[in-house]
Design a protein around this ligand. Structure first.
Ligand code: ZN
Length: 117
């Protein structure tokens, strides 16, 4: 009996608006896709699908947690948050400013509105 292994990888990079206007990400992503396809093949995997989302960090109040560095949304300045799919929720946590520090949902104290605990 055969079993199909489906594996997901997520990666991030930051680009300026100017880089995006020059399509630098598109060119780099195409080269990355070619190299990933060859690498996957080496391990018996077949590249199937990839997609890229560009999120304006300032517009959505995306920052890094001061404690762990994970990407997070400061929900105090972006109360609506993002309508994130499961893949992006793994990359960008909720979070908030607490005592002058931006803390993600994992680093906020227990019981805080945006804490996971
Ligand atoms: Zn954190």
């Amino acid at each position: 009996m055969k079993n199909l292994a489906i594996t997901k990888f997520n990666c991030t990079a930051e680009y300026s608006t100017s880089d995006i206007e020059k399509d630098i990400p598109g060119e780099q992503l195409e080269r990355l896709r070619e190299e990933i396809t060859a690498l996957f093949s080496k391990y018996g995997f077949e590249y199937q699908y990839g997609e890229t989302h560009f999120l304006n960090k300032q517009k959505y109040s995306i920052c890094n947690c001061d404690k762990c560095g994970h990407y997070m949304i400061d929900r105090a300045t972006n109360p609506a948050g993002l309508n994130l799919n499961d893949d992006i929720q793994i990359i960008i946590f909720d979070g908030a400013l607490l005592n002058g520090k931006l803390l993600c949902e994992e680093c906020l104290p227990l019981g805080h509105r945006w804490s996971t605990a």
